[in-house]
Design a protein around this ligand. Structure first.
Ligand code: SAH
Length: 440
């Protein structure tokens, strides 16, 4: 949208400048008339062209802060153009490994984010504001609603901002260290409708805590749990380590492909539940399980992929670095009556080499990895190579590190059989894909 207004303005500037040039020039009456007619014609054509462009581009939703936020890389592009662009990125990075299946796109690429974060602060006039950090800075850009985020979550954040004034709670100031209220994090369960509100404070005391909770629940009775998280560090991390539950269970549950998952504030959970089902479906399909296999799910989070694998495998071992997520994973196995999945807490590159030595745990028929953007640690790839599973399913959120790691695995005797991408981030720039490797 920015582009439209820029173009429009520069067009206006141009015609005004032309007018100025003409003013000081003497011309014959006749030639001036012809020129004016010509100008009118040009202006009409220009307006028509602009009108056309405007109507087709304004059919895309607009966001006043898209430029400062940087969250919507695909802004100004239609969704199909975005998918084409993502396919091109994947082709550039991973085209060397063979052909891909088409990207599985979203039905509705808006308001899909089930996890919403707002930072709180003050503007120059000391009004309380909430929103996002301007890209690459710690300046707060006020935001009331976002095209990607769950609408209800955005509404709750606006309500909380309104409540701070009446409760005389000051937002935290990162420069001076004064103030209390730092962030709000909201997680919603797409299938269950459960809503968790995490209030992140600089110190553990929330004044008139009970009344605050009551007032918030009165405005939004749909909230199922409220958690107070204390972050007293000078850090860019949103959440601190200490937490108390102010209302409800302290976690939410969601349902994916018929299984229930318990999610706490600090656990990783895919932000786009509809597409997650497609992504996990692909990972499961690529694992080609018969019921006899020992499967490792590395970077397993709260055990989502692990539990689907466990249903079709003999045994599953999950490894994850965040202790709360491992607790959730164990609980999730229990909730879903799954007894053949075991979870280990620690860095995959440390835990897996140790377990790979064990007589019981050392075997792997299939290894699934789903690392963060930086990809897999070299030590882990070496260990996987030594364990020599028949198949490796690599779930990736970064085609660059996927290509890097796949090359390492190819050097260890693997070949790529399939790559399928799934769009998890409509309007965003990230490309998520699943790659199946077979031992040669
Ligand atoms: N497979 C899960 C999580 C994927 S996100 C899901 O789909 O929900 C990546 C996960 O890797 C996160 O849960 C993160 O906490 C974890 N992680 C990051 N570095 C790790 C490491 N070195 N070893 C093990 N887990 C790690």
């Amino acid at each position: 949208m920015e582009k439209v207004s820029q173009k429009k303005n520069s067009g206006e500037r141009k015609s005004r400048a032309q007018g100025g040039e003409q003013q000081g020039q003497w011309r014959q009456k006749e030639s001036r008339r012809t020129e004016q007619a010509e100008q009118r014609k040009n202006e009409k054509t220009r307006q028509q062209a602009q009108g056309k462009k405007k109507s087709s581009e304004t059919s895309l939703p607009q966001c006043p802060v898209s430029r400062k936020c940087g969250g919507c890389r695909g802004f100004g592009m239609s969704y199909s153009q975005q998918l084409q662009k993502k396919a091109k990125v994947l082709e550039e990075q991973c085209g060397q490994f063979g052909k891909f299946e088409p990207i599985a796109g979203m039905k509705n690429p808006y308001h899909y984010r089930n996890k919403v974060h707002a930072v709180f602060g003050e503007d120059r006039r000391h009004n309380i504001i909430s929103g996002i950090y301007e890209e690459g800075t710690h300046r707060i850009v006020p935001v009331d609603s976002c095209l990607l985020e769950d609408k209800k979550a955005d509404e709750i954040i606006v309500s909380i901002r309104g409540m701070l004034k009446s409760f005389k709670i000051r937002p935290y100031n990162e420069d001076t260290g004064y103030g209390l209220f730092r962030h709000v994090l909201i997680r919603t369960g797409h299938a269950t409708g459960e809503i968790m509100v995490v209030l992140v404070l600089a110190s553990p005391i929330l004044p008139s805590k009970n009344n605050f909770v009551k007032a918030l629940l009165k405005l939004h009775p749909e909230i199922t749990t409220i958690v107070l998280n204390v972050n007293n560090k000078d850090t860019s991390m949103i959440l601190g380590e200490k937490e108390t539950v102010l209302y409800g269970k302290g976690y939410i549950e969601d349902i994916l492909l018929g299984k229930t998952f318990r999610i706490s504030s600090r656990s990783f959970y895919q932000v786009n539940p509809v597409q997650t089902e497609k992504l996990y479906g692909t990972a499961l399909e690529f694992a080609e399980l018969s019921g006899e296999e020992t499967v490792w799910d590395l970077y397993c989070g709260i055990g989502t992929i692990s539990l689907f694998l466990a249903q079709r495998a003999k045994r599953v071992y999950g490894v994850e670095i965040v202790p709360e997520a491992v607790e959730n994973a164990k609980e999730n196995a229990r909730l879903n009556g799954i007894r053949n999945a075991e979870f280990f807490c620690g860095a995959a590159e440390e835990v897996v080499p140790e377990l790979a030595e064990g007589a019981q745990t050392g075997r792997a028929d299939v290894v699934v990895v789903d690392p963060p953007r930086k990809g897999c640690d070299g030590v882990l790839l070496d260990t996987i190579g030594r364990m020599a599973p028949e198949r490796i399913v690599y779930v990736s959120c970064d085609p660059g590190t996927l290509a890097r790691d796949v090359k390492v695995l190819m050097g260890k005797g693997y070949e790529v059989r399939k790559v399928r991408a799934c769009d998890m981030f409509g309007q965003g720039g990230h490309v998520e894909s699943v790659c199946l490797l077979y031992r040669r």
